[in-house]
Design a binder for this molecule. Structure first.
Ligand code: C5P
Length: 238
């Protein structure tokens, strides 16, 4: 039987202090934290080192998409910083995704685990009709496009993809067990979706075969974030 997915808490804060305060409270509760654009721009690479010193595994989610040479250099820097997981956009194409792997491999020190390199398929905030080239698109077309991007990312040798819970089952079936699936847009039934569109419960994503569940606002904005994190951990099973 497959292990339960790890919970990744997105530390989406505009400043260092609230991010560190919450991280301290989450020590020993969740193994992974995510540093995204907002916190990285506010806090810089020191934040990665501080979270690593607290024994977290750090997902640096900057969703690189640029020319291959630039992405190679960006992934090199992110790997040197000690990030344990990184993202590029699948829509950047094969040359860019392979350049990301070159940057990662150049930065590796002997004995260090390489960071997991994931391709973002279609943002979980996007619903049917929000692909710019297919404004009248259906949910099924969006689903199929996402699954197709995942297959391409696998052919390009990436470690896995970021997808919504709605595509996990199909991607797991077509890409197999070793391919890592990370799922944002995770919500309990009574939680607000915010700007997310393709949301899914922790239990459904776990059952369909996700490896990582990313939860931000339902935990960071809860009255008791630690209790909320524990609830999301428990709800992977029921
Ligand atoms: O607050 P919420 O749970 O919606 O946060 C989800 C987190 O996952 C955000 O930090 C967002 O940047 C990230 N993310 C996402 N959809 C993707 C990739 C990353 O929501 N496709």
């Amino acid at each position: 039987m497959k292990n339960l997915p790890d919970l990744v808490v997105a530390l989406d804060f505009p400043d260092v202090q609230p991010a560190l305060d919450l991280a301290r409270r989450l020590q020993g509760v969740v193994p992974w934290v995510k540093v995204g654009l907002e916190l990285y721009l506010a806090a810089g690479k020191d934040m990665i080192a501080r979270l690593k010193d607290m024994d977290f595994r750090v997902f640096l989610d900057l969703k690189f998409m640029d020319i291959p040479n630039t992405v190679d250099a960006a992934v090199f820097q992110a790997t040197c910083m000690g990030a344990d997981m990184l993202t590029v956009h699948a829509l950047g194409g094969e040359a860019m995704c392979r350049a990301a792997q070159t940057g990662r491999d150049r930065a590796l020190l002997p004995g260090r685990m390489p960071p997991v390199l994931l391709a973002v398929t279609v943002l979980t905030s996007m619903g049917p009709g929000s692909l710019p080239w297919n404004p009248g698109g259906t949910a099924e077309e969006l689903h199929d496009f996402t699954v197709r991007l995942a297959g391409l990312a696998q052919n390009w040798n990436l470690d896995g993809v970021v997808c919504s819970g709605r595509e996990v089952r199909a991607i797991r079936a077509s890409c197999g067990d070793g391919f890592r699936l990370l799922t944002p847009g995770i919500r309990l039934p009574d939680a607000g979706a915010g700007d997310q569109s393709r949301v899914c419960t922790p239990c459904q994503a776990a059952r369909d075969g996700s490896d990582f569940l990313v939860v931000g606002r339902p935990i960071t904005q809860a009255a008791d974030p630690v209790a909320a994190a524990r609830t999301y951990l428990e709800k992977r099973e029921a």
